[in-house]
Design a protein around this ligand. Structure first.
Ligand code: COA
Length: 141
């Protein structure tokens, strides 16, 4: 396992497209991903096996909370401890940055994965409703 470098991004995008449960959207174009790993150079990780990406996780720290995105292990390598290793590593590094609390989002059509997070000690929140805005906040004349 090592931190993600700019030259990994194309392979990572290809890997995520093969994984059910990873929601790709705004923020996953090459420019946005590059910005994300530049802002979070020590908290994004991948695992390669014989050159192929087989696991990934992106961690971001906003100065207050940590966020985990795009945790994935290829189907052939699951249930061998890689997901736990990726989560342990990203959480440790986010905590080193100062993140005292870390959040992640699970898509409603991917609730099978909740058992995995519970196994690692994560708790579901019933007191929070996620709200999002994707307005274009930069006005152009
Ligand atoms: C979630 C995911 C990364 C787990 O990876 P993994 O390498 O199989 O996980 P691990 O082998 O490290 O499992 C750690 C523990 O969780 C358990 N576990 C793994 N998947 C589980 C599941 N779906 N439900 C319940 N428990 C699960 C394992 O049995 C193991 O338990 P143990 O500690 O008793 O041995 C993988 O299933 C995946 O890539 N899923 C698709 C992408 C995805 O949904 N990502 C999350 C987006 S929010």
């Amino acid at each position: 396992m090592r931190t993600v470098l700019p030259e990994d991004l194309e392979d990572l995008s290809g890997f995520w497209r093969t994984i059910d449960g990873i929601g790709l959207g705004k923020g996953d174009d090459p420019e946005s991903l590059l910005r994300f790993i530049r802002r979070n150079p020590t908290t994004c990780f991948l695992i390669r096996d014989e050159g192929q990406v087989v696991g990934s996780v992106l961690g971001g720290f906003d100065g207050r909370r940590g966020y985990v995105y795009h945790l994935a292990v290829c189907p052939e390598k699951r249930r061998q401890g890689l997901g736990r290793m990726l989560m342990d590593t990203v959480c440790r590094e986010l905590e080193k940055q100062g993140a005292h609390k870390i959040h992640l989002f699970v898509l409603n059509d991917n609730l099978d994965v909740v058992g995995f997070y519970r196994r690692l000690g994560w708790k579901e929140r019933t007191d929070i409703q996620v709200m999002s805005s994707d307005r274009n906040l930069i006005t152009q004349d």
